[in-house]
Ligand binder design. Sequence first.
Ligand code: 6GU
Length: 227
Amino acid sequence: MNFKIVTALPQLLEGPLNHSIMQRGQDKGLLQIELVNLREYGLGPHKQIDDYQFGGGAGMVMMCEPLASCIEDLCSKAEFDEIIYLTPDGEKFNQKLANQLSLKKNIMLICGHYKGIDERIREKYVSKEISIGDYVLSGGELAAAIVVDSVGRLLPGVLNNETSALLDSFQDGLLAPPVYTRPRNFKDMEVPEVLLSGNDAAIENWRYEMSLERTKKRRPDILEDND
Ligand code: 6GU
């Protein structure tokens, strides 16, 4: 799977996407993540990419021409299944959307800054708009990193143990159960006995009950969404 991430601040994305599981996915050739510096498509000697907004008001808007030439350049080299703009007014990102995106081959992500991008770019090129939650970030880069991480780890072979993604919180509509490792006793707190029993059926049942209880208590909204 290929991600092209259009950004004026590629440095913001170099760290999060080039370590750990995302790095392993890239090393194994299962995942390609390419950062595309929008500045290279900027106008004039200063490579301008933003300008004051029509109608007045504080904050700059990312201009049409640099974005359009960047997007058209990328589209001339590959066919994109989705061109996604990261924006707080987009569709709320969740595990279901991550699962859907993990089935695609080529995805372009566009990161906005300042007041956002010119509306005409959204109309002409963008196929999907995603928000990662009800709060405002300074730009789309951190949101793009979240989308790429959550989608990338779902690709077969990226995680060591493929079943582990299937047991994640949200993947089956429930939060994940609590987990424990050594020591068995930590500051007088014991690991639940059932986990030491060797009884796989009992362990599976306990984990399910804990998931259910935790979901009812913390996120009753996702239980309702399942029906
Ligand atoms: Cl995708 N972008 C920005 N700038 N802020 C956000 C967001 C995205 N999702 C939530 N807040």
